[in-house]
Write a protein that binds this ligand. Structure first.
Ligand code: TNX
Length: 740
């Protein structure tokens, strides 16, 4: 038999036919890339007649059989001894010399053999095996038989912590949705689900001893204890998980080898709990606005009853979550209310503290002992290393930068790396897509390029303390469009999975990209996950538009009239002559029926008109965000009111000369996260400089208007409050008259 030692790096190449085929074929396109793989000629057929010899954790057997039954229509017949004529043998044996979570997988004419020294290893081997099967293994649709390629794989993870955090406070995700995520994590060999269960905008875990936390604290709205925010609008918005829900999710995750780590975010980001139990806050009339725009969002750290309450909460949660870890938050505390609070000030004085961070450290130390008493190890966001020492068992989550992780391991604490600029998948992919951007845009190659150990020389011991890596998905901008949460996640989580699992020397972006487009997107699709497809790349050279596809044979379609391309729009050739008004070109790629974002030609913003204009408003202005900023033609400076908008408010643009144009895009609010928008208003124009007529309604932040002739003024008029702390008005985007 011809044997070839192959690295997936050399062999994986894009093969569209395999992407679309029903059978698992080469290239294998395993993701995350395994440590060692030897591909061999030949195939083994998995059929109804294949037997199963299993030694190990019965939950793994049950999982395997259930999934195989969905694929083949029946379970494999179980036998006492491995069937040499062609069976599946799965053996867990702690005396085997196989690293933790690692496995050996052999497929040859005798069948499939999986060996591991622990049950995790068996489960990850099963995930590899599933990637070798037709993608129906993920959709649960039946196929008559499945072929598996002959091969030898030895595999084990680079890091023990391969995590994903989901914020369910800013937006609530129902139980069924969390369950889907658990499946999607486990298919990527990701093993930690960090569940951000409380924040300013909602407390999501039922606590029997403090029922108001969810009865009141889980709901936002006009007359609720937490004000509307992040697209929650005027109605009552929210939800929570009952203790039964939690037990169900935790058990489901356990069977999929995903550990669920709960977080309640304290002592900042506590608007929802303080709203439910106001006595938990300092007794000051506090108007401090937190980074996320909330007031009264801090617990009093000097109120002794708070610690009794937290002890009760933590001990209830400790029963629900078998994980050894408990995340108690600690991020973004603005200590100003503490400095105004008598009790907190007295605590500082009696300890001779001069820095409010010492108050936070006091809180952290108290939480450490509460968490320890409940039998758990505490985790906190990297701010907790500021105010003093910590218990040696505490784990630091480095989110602001890797350097905080490195500092932690040098000071003796374990850390998990999740620097915002690489692993915060709430960031937008590119500057014209939805998402946060405080840590920059994070395209797929950017997240993939992250190496948690790069940039610092660590001793062996320090390196061991870097437990791994995690992606975080904050939910402020996930309210729309539907399933934006998946769009933000995939395929960036696929990249993160590989950072966590694959040896650094096995990682190469173009190889990852080929495996992703060659097979893995198809797996995601079968598993029911929406993903963001890389858009085509465009270049304008000497009047020619050059179009490069995101992957070979991708369908790229385009329009020339500014409308959204559809599957019926013409296919774009790789080079086309520019024959229309540049701003009216739109391009879009498809992967099967999944579209990429729509891309305009680069550089066309420079064609927008910038006429002389005077702006006025009745709304109070603040120095740094005055009305004039809505007419400086700079996209990143704009008007911010100092209060929520109210009926009757107006904002006026008076043009120095009558303005002729083809259209005007009127935009309120921040486009990337759609906050501070006008949700009920009108746009009026004045052709004669005197009388106004309504030309459009604004119900969703922005609108494009097409004036009939030259206009002298444009006015935005507010009809209703926006239930936001303020209103943003951005520069008009004025399109010149069409030449074609
Ligand atoms: C920072 S990350 C936060 C969150 C926000 C996030 C938005 C962290 C510990 N705090 O409250 O949701 O930025 O990206």
């Amino acid at each position: 038999m011809r044997k070839r030692v192959l690295s997936t790096i050399l062999t994986a190449f894009l093969c569209t036919s395999s992407m679309l085929s029903q059978q698992s074929n080469r290239p294998l396109n395993l993701l995350p890339a395994p440590l060692h793989i030897v591909e061999q000629d030949g195939e083994f057929k998995l059929t109804h007649a294949t037997t199963l010899h299993f030694k190990g954790n019965l939950s793994d057997k049950e999982y395997f059989q259930t999934e195989i039954e969905k694929l083949l229509g029946s379970r494999l017949k179980e036998v006492k001894r491995a069937d040499k004529r062609g069976g599946v043998s799965i053996i867990t044996d702690s005396s085997l010399d196989i690293p933790k979570e690692g496995y050996q997988l052999n497929i040859d004419k005798h069948g499939v053999s999986i060996k591991a020294s622990d049950s995790d290893g068996v489960f990850w081997a099963i995930q590899t095996l599933f990637q070798l099967l037709p993608s129906e293994i993920y959709s649960g649709r039946e196929v008559p038989e499945a072929t598996l390629p002959h091969l030898i794989i030895e595999d084990s993870p680079r890091f023990a912590w391969r995590g994903f955090m989901l914020d369910v406070s800013r937006q609530f995700f129902p139980k069924e949705y969390i369950i889907k995520y658990i499946d999607w994590l486990s298919m990527h060999k990701m093993n930690k689900f960090h569940w951000h269960l409380s924040d300013d905008n909602g407390w999501r875990v039922e606590i029997k001893s403090y029922p108001h936390l969810t009865e009141k604290g889980a709901w936002r709205g006009e007359n609720e204890v937490t004000p509307p925010a992040y697209g929650s609008g005027t109605g009552r918005y929210g939800g929570f998980y009952t203790q039964d829900d939690i037990r169900e999710i935790v058990a489901y995750a356990k069977q999929r080898h995903v550990e669920v780590i709960p977080e309640i975010d304290l002592p900042g980001h506590s608007r929802s709990s303080v709203g439910a139990y106001p006595e938990m806050a300092c007794t000051v009339e506090d108007t401090t606005i937190s980074v996320n725009g909330e007031v009264k969002n801090l617990l009093c750290v000097a109120r002794e009853e708070n610690y009794q309450m937290l002890e009760a909460i933590v001990s209830e949660m400790a029963q629900l979550f078998p994980s050894q870890y408990f995340h108690a938050g600690g991020d973004e505390v603005n200590p100003s209310p503490w400095t105004k609070c008598k009790k907190c000030s007295a605590l500082m004085e009696s300890n001779n503290w001069s820095d409010p961070h010492q108050l936070q450290n006091h809180f952290t130390r108290r939480m450490e002992s509460i968490v320890r008493k409940a039998g758990k190890r505490m985790i906190g966001w990297n701010e907790i290393i500021k105010g003093g020492e910590l218990d040696s068992s505490t784990i630091v989550f480095a989110w602001q930068a890797s350097k905080y992780g490195f500092e932690s391991v040098r000071r003796g604490w374990d850390c998990v790396m999740m620097p915002g600029e690489y692993t915060y998948i709430d960031m937008q992919y590119t500057s014209n897509e939805r998402g946060h951007n405080w840590a920059g845009a994070i395209e797929l190659d950017k997240i993939y390029s992250y190496d948690p150990l790069a940039g610092e020389t660590l001793s062996d011991e320090e390196r061991q303390r870097v437990l791994g890596v995690q992606a975080c998905l904050w939910a402020e901008s996930l309210d729309k469009p539907a399933r934006q949460v998946e769009y933000q996640s995939f395929p960036r989580l696929s990249a993160l999975a590989e950072i966590g699992w694959s040896a650094q020397e096995r990682r190469e972006y173009s190889d990852f990209y080929r495996r992703l487009y060659g097979s893995h997107l198809n797996r995601l699709k079968s598993a029911g996950a929406l993903f963001r497809l890389n858009p085509p790349k465009l270049n304008v050279v000497n009047g020619n538009i050059e179009v490069s596809s995101p992957y070979d044979l991708a369908e790229v379609r385009y329009t020339t009239d500014g409308t959204e391309p559809t599957v019926d729009s013409p296919l774009a050739p790789s080079s086309l002559k520019m024959e229309h008004f540049p701003r009216n070109y739109r391009f879009k790629a498809w992967y099967l029926d999944t579209p990429s974002p729509t891309i305009p030609l680069p550089g066309v913003d420079s064609l927008l008109l910038k006429p002389e204009v005077e702006v006025t408003t009745n709304m109070p202005e603040r120095d740094r965000w005055g009305a004039a900023l809505a007419a400086d033609w700079k996209p990143n400076s704009y008007f911010r009111s100092t209060r929520p908008c109210a009926p009757g408010d107006w904002f006026n643009f008076q043009f120095a000369e009558p303005l002729s144009c083809s259209s005007i895009h009127v935009e309120t609010g921040l486009s990337n996260i759609s906050r501070y928008q006008l949700l009920d208003g009108v746009v009026e124009v004045s052709y004669d400089g005197d009388s106004f007529e309504e030309i459009a309604k604004i119900t969703d932040g922005s609108v494009r208007i097409v004036p009939e002739r030259a206009i002298q003024q444009l006015r935005i008029r507010v009809l209703a409050a926006n239930y936001e702390p303020l209103l943003v008005i951005k520069d008009l985007r004025i399109e010149p008259l069409l030449s074609k």
